[in-house]
Design a protein around this ligand. Structure first.
Ligand code: BV8
Ligand code: ZN
Length: 242
């Protein structure tokens, strides 16, 4: 990564009128949370494209719950890394106005970020298939959880493929995209829609995109700066120049 890129990017971040961030699984990689499409990806072992769908759950809720319980057990052992902590610091100092994450691991909040928009839901959140009960696990589920109000089966309150993103969350996301002058794009392959469109919408309004990734993504050709390297190192490195 040429030093001048980082220096220029640091000036853009420090002087941003309205800075937002979009994160994906890569920001949690250094916390030992597997990414979705990497060599250790969740997809390879569990073919999540088949598991993270309403049809898979209807067909075999036990198998889908086993996958989520396995992920809950894994993520319960993970800690936020310096990349999460830097983003939380930038919110604390008023620099970062909002954080839009595709991740369901909850690590941004655990790092201290509070203005977090979880567009794909949260691994610990539950909702009932039959009534409007919503709950939250504090530890990995033990078997298929049942609704305390109507005894129906509960499901993870995450957004599966083919499901719409929560309309209230999306309204807040679009409001942030409207105001953003600089959008950080951290650890995402840019494969999943509509999240992959968010940085493009900022750019179309004249905003600047700064990408932090270990390799090129589907978004790289649209970004203004590509800061190469693990975000657990590159975000603190940029912070040290502010
Ligand atoms: C919807 C929750 C519409 C569940 C997830 C054909 C073409 C285009 C789109 C579609 C299509 N067919 C279907 C669609 C739509 C579909 C979609 O986008 N499919 C893709 C796969 C083709 N999208 C949907 O279905 C969405 N809903 O569109 O609804 C609709 C309209 C009307 C009415 C009804 C419906 C819902 C999508 C949400 C799916 N849910 N997760 C769960 O987690 O169990 S998505 C899942 O992928 C995760 O949330 C994850 O965050 C997300 C995106 O992946 P990434 O975060 O980018 O992770 P990935 O592994 O891919 O990449 C990691 C990156 O990190 C890499 O670039 C790597 O280089 C980098 N990295 C690695 N280490 C580091 C690093 N970077 C920095 N530092 C490091 N150390
Ligand atoms: Zn219920």
């Amino acid at each position: 990564m040429p030093e001048e890129d980082l220096q220029e990017a640091a000036e853009l971040v420090a002087n941003a009128k309205y800075l937002i961030a979009l994160t994906g699984a890569g920001v949690s990689k250094e916390s030992n949370v597997p990414t979705f499409r990497g060599e250790d990806g969740l997809w390879r072992n569990y073919n999540a494209m088949e598991l993270a769908t309403p049809a898979a759950f209807a067909n075999d809720p036990k198998l889908v719950w086993e996958w989520y319980i396995w992920r809950q057990g894994l993520i319960a052992e993970c800690e936020p890394n310096p990349g999460h902590l830097t983003l939380a610091k930038w919110e604390e100092t008023g620099l970062l106005k909002s954080l839009i994450t595709q991740n369901v691991d909850g690590l941004h909040r655990r790092a201290g970020s509070s203005n977090v928009l979880e567009v794909h839901g949260n691994l610990w959140a539950l909702k009932c298939l039959s009534c409007d009960y919503h709950g939250r696990l504090s530890a990995p589920a033990e078997g298929i959880p049942e609704c305390p109000d109507c005894d129906s089966m509960l499901r993870p309150n995450v957004v599966w493929f083919g499901e719409s993103l929560d309309s209230e969350v999306m309204a807040r996301v679009y409001a942030e995209l409207e105001k953003a002058t600089v959008c950080l794009v951290i650890g995402t392959s840019g494969v999943v829609q509509p999240a992959a469109m968010f940085p493009i919408m900022v750019k179309q309004r004249g905003g600047t995109i700064i990408e932090f990734n270990v390799e090129e993504s589907r978004l790289t050709r649209s970004v203004d700066y590509h800061i190469q390297g693990p975000s657990g190192e590159t975000l603190p490195a940029l912070d040290s120049l502010i």
